[in-house]
Design a protein around this ligand. Structure first.
Ligand code: CA
Length: 530
């Protein structure tokens, strides 16, 4: 099925390439250079690459070590939620900590995630598109995965752990909870968190919202028979796995992010005393639906809505964790990145984020995949920078590996879609090395962005305005693919049409080249379908 889809993409890309008047066998718009058939072509930037290499060498000479890496991944936060991205106080939930990191770091306005949770997390961990690893959509309770997707994959925490890092994930996992698929099975030295999304814990206990489940003994029993893990778990690489606490009420989940914050703050102080650098992913449970305010944050936002209180809480935890870094003397030793794993889930409105862009989570419209991106590193990233250069979150794979000096560990026997963006982030006036971002909805190729152009070959259309997941269809575009210029039309409302057919052909050729990578490196199917 998936193979068919990819051949369909190939055929489509070829028809685009020959359909216009300006037939071009090479992509006239692309500045990227292919260095290997197993790597995504990147734009050469020799000046900034040399500058970044010098900065990193100076850092290592000064400190005698590699830098820590701290990734903050908020769940389902919209592009427009943080104040630095146009939200904040203006929409009833101030975000002073994220705003400060953006002001004192590099604000990336064209950061892209995948269309839902699991695919984004898998892409960051592997540097590969979900369609290659088979992690094309969230694994849900009751799913029968036919093959462990991690079998044979090389993970980012695995590489860093092998290169002298202590690697830990605090918070949400959502990439499988059976043995062999847990964070501490796939490269993390340490895991403290939850296997699934917040809603999946809360639905079992919220009799107001889910009375048909919670108040019905027979259905409760059947639900429990699924056997999904409903605990806060701590796991170690040696296989030790213990339950820290069972989530037995809505309030237990509401307080979850506070417990995650406490753990991260405590571990930073401990890890700072050791000699190893650390790779820490702090993955929030909030602001994914269903949001219930923790006691300390109920009504903390000016809007008073649970979603907004959750934004304020997440922002506050980011502030606390950054303070812990500073208190431990690690602020200048730590590369920090703040982002969200996908766009807002509008189906749950008003328990949902804000994006000024078209679409939402579950789509590859900008609203579904463009997320806030903030890179911060005191003394290493020049404060106050803003860039619209393309940054795909899976670039964090290659970039983190480069910061650890472990590039040789990136496999060459499979396709790696991520790009090393170290020089974009660290050079004073660094520019992105990424020319294209590819968008897949499950195993369906839907769109590609190149520079300010984005071309769709399939589009998600909701039957009701907000129901982008729960009542929507995926449709083929007709004669012409839909080509938007995101600089003049960031909301993707009016195509520039086939009058720009030279660019259509150029993007079509890039799609064709993308399709060919699957011929040489066939994708995995783990039974999630698309
Ligand atoms: Ca998510």
């Amino acid at each position: 099925m998936r193979v068919m889809t990819i051949f369909a993409l190939l055929a489509l890309a070829m028809s685009i390439a020959v359909g216009g008047e300006a037939v071009s066998q090479t992509s006239t718009l692309s500045r990227a250079v292919q260095e290997s058939d197993s790597r995504q072509p990147a734009i050469p930037r020799p000046g900034q690459q040399a500058e970044a290499a010098r900065k990193l060498a100076d850092f290592e000479a000064r400190t005698g070590r590699k830098p820590n890496i701290l990734l903050f991944i908020v769940d389902d936060m919209g592009y427009g939620d943080p104040g630095a991205f146009g939200g904040g106080e203006a929409i009833g939930a101030a975000t002073p900590n994220m705003d400060r990191l953006a002001a004192e770091g590099l604000k990336l306005t064209s950061t892209y995630a995948q269309y839902t949770c699991t695919p984004t997390r898998a892409a960051i961990l592997t540097g590969r598109l979900p369609v290659r690893t088979g992690l094309t959509r969230p694994i849900l309770a009751g799913d029968n995965v036919t093959r462990n997707p991690w079998e044979g994959e090389v993970s980012l925490p695995g590489i860093l752990s092998d290169h002298g890092y202590h690697t830990l994930l605090v918070g949400k996992w959502h990439v499988g909870e059976v043995e062999g698929m847990r964070p501490h099975d796939i490269g993390f030295d340490e895991f403290y968190g939850y296997y699934r999304a917040q809603k999946e814990y809360i639905q079992r206990h919220d009799g107001h919202r889910y009375p048909d489940l919670v108040l019905d003994a027979d259905k409760r029993e059947r639900y429990d028979a699924i056997g999904a893990d409903d605990n806060l778990v701590r796991g170690l690489k040696d296989g030790t796995t213990e339950t820290v606490m069972e989530v037995a009420s809505v309030q237990d989940m509401a307080e979850g992010d506070g417990m995650l914050r406490d753990y991260t703050v405590a571990r930073i102080a401990e890890l700072a005393r050791g000699a190893e650098p650390f790779f820490l992913t702090h993955a929030f449970m909030k602001v994914h639906a269903d949001n219930w305010p923790s006691a300390a944050f109920e009504g903390a936002s000016s809007s008073k809505y649970p979603y907004k209180d959750a934004v304020v809480e997440v922002d506050s935890h980011i502030g606390d964790i950054m303070q812990a870094l500073e208190d431990a003397g690690e602020l200048e030793n730590t590369f920090v990145f703040v982002t969200s794993d996908n766009g807002p889930q509008m189906d749950g409105w008003p328990d949902s984020g804000y994006t000024p862009l078209r679409g939402a989570k579950g789509t590859t419209w900008e609203g579904g995949v463009r997320v806030p991106g903030i890179a911060y590193w005191q003394g290493m990233i020049e404060p106050g920078r803003v860039s619209d250069g393309l940054f795909d979150l899976m670039d964090l794979f290659n970039t983190s590996v480069a910061l650890a000096g472990a590039e040789d560990a990136i496999p060459t026997d499979r396709y790696i879609d991520g790009i090393d963006q170290t020089s974009f982030l660290l050079a004073g006036d660094g520019e992105s090395r990424r020319e294209n971002v590819y968008f897949w909805l499950g195993s369906q190729f839907t769109a590609m962005r190149m520079r300010e152009y984005k071309m769709h070959t399939k589009v998600v259309e909701p039957a009701e305005k907000f129901l982008w997941i729960d009542m929507a269809t995926l449709q083929d575009t007709a004669l012409a693919p839909w080509l938007f210029n995101l600089y003049i039309d960031p909301k993707e409302e009016y195509t520039v049409g086939h009058r720009l057919n030279a660019w259509q052909a150029s993007l079509g050729n890039e799609m064709k080249a993308h399709a060919l990578t699957f011929r040489k490196f066939p994708p995995k199917d783990i039974g999630l379908g698309g």
